[in-house]
Write a protein of this length. Structure first.
Length: 315
């Protein structure tokens, strides 16, 4: 078993960073082993957002004019494209550097502009992959991606306020925190819908319990296994894992993900006051100040006397 897993890791790493031409059949039943989920995601080409593919194709038309920072910004709006780039660059890191590469701009520079665009051509898209599926599946995955983008923005903003010198690590960790959920929607949309429906029917059901009921595993189980097989940087694995919440950078990521999740459908979720309080502790400020920075009304329990400062526009 150990030997076969080692072979799978080599194949999985190769597939994660490189397009793989395969006829894809959508999964409509849970897989019995965690390793089966890893192979499913690793042996099929991971789809990116249609807008990501379009922007890359526009840049490809004039490689001499490509701005690495702009290219990195495009990639960092797409969780799947981001993880593909990180998986692609890790074997190069082992040959040339003794430390992990967690910067997308650094990964592009190490690969080189022309080799980078050669590797990432003819990318499949999420929209194409889910074209013939229940329309709610595409809506579901796009909602999760939008939530990940918002979490990444929050995490980066707070990292800047905390004067974190490597804020991109925190941004990427927040962006990828729910990657396994995105992949399940892309490759097993019926199962993604089942999990969603369970949570709608049973509002008090914990997300992890709903995932286990449908998949037999949690998204976090799958995610951490993918991080190992794809040899993603140890730092990212730590930042993504909520079990390391005693570390301030992990709390930064966890709270950003929490806030994005709780505010996904508006700012009335009963869990939000606790989020404001915990974010205030993270940033060494008051919950009222957190609310004003987010552009939301200050809950009565956090109201401060003589405070008539209007909130900024909600993010």
């Amino acid at each position: 078993m150990v030997r076969s897993l080692h072979v799978s890791r080599r194949r999985c790493l190769l597939a994660a960073g490189r397009p793989v031409a395969k006829d894809l059949t959508m999964l409509d039943h849970p897989l019995p082993e965690l390793e089966d989920w890893i192979l499913l995601f690793s042996n099929n080409s991971l789809p990116v957002l249609r807008v990501t593919k379009r922007r890359l194709e526009e840049m490809r038309e004039n490689l001499d004019a490509v701005d690495v920072r702009e290219l990195a910004r495009v990639i960092l709006l797409d969780p799947i494209m981001t993880v593909r780039v990180l998986a692609y660059i890790q074997p190069m890191r082992s040959r040339f550097l003794q430390h992990d590469i967690t910067s997308i701009g650094g990964a592009i520079l190490m690969a080189g502009i022309e080799p980078f665009f050669h590797r990432f051509e003819n990318l499949p898209t999420i929209e194409e992959q889910l074209h013939d599926q229940d329309p709610h599946a595409l809506l579901g995955v796009l909602q999760v991606i939008r939530r990940a983008q918002r979490a990444a923005d929050y995490a980066q903003d707070w990292a800047i306020r905390r004067q974190d010198i490597n804020m991109e690590d925190v941004r990427i960790a927040a962006l990828l925190h729910d990657l396994a959920e995105i992949l399940v929607w892309c490759f097993a949309p019926k199962l993604g819908l089942m999990i969603h429906q369970l949570q709608v029917l049973e509002p008090t059901l914990r997300s992890a319990d709903a995932q286990k009921r449908v998949l037999a595993f949690t998204f976090l189980d799958i995610q951490l296994a993918l991080c190992g097989v794809w040899h993603l940087p140890e730092l990212l694995k730590t930042l993504i894992d909520d079990d390391h919440a005693e570390q301030v950078r992990v709390r930064n990521v966890t709270l950003a993900v929490r806030l994005a999740r709780h505010s996904a459908h508006g700012w009335n979720d009963p869990a939000l006051p606790d989020d404001y309080r915990d974010i205030g502790k993270l940033l060494n400020t008051t919950p009222a100040t957190v609310c004003r920075r987010l552009g939301v009304d200050v809950p009565a329990q956090f109201a401060e006397p003589d405070d008539d400062t209007p909130p900024v526009q909600p993010q």
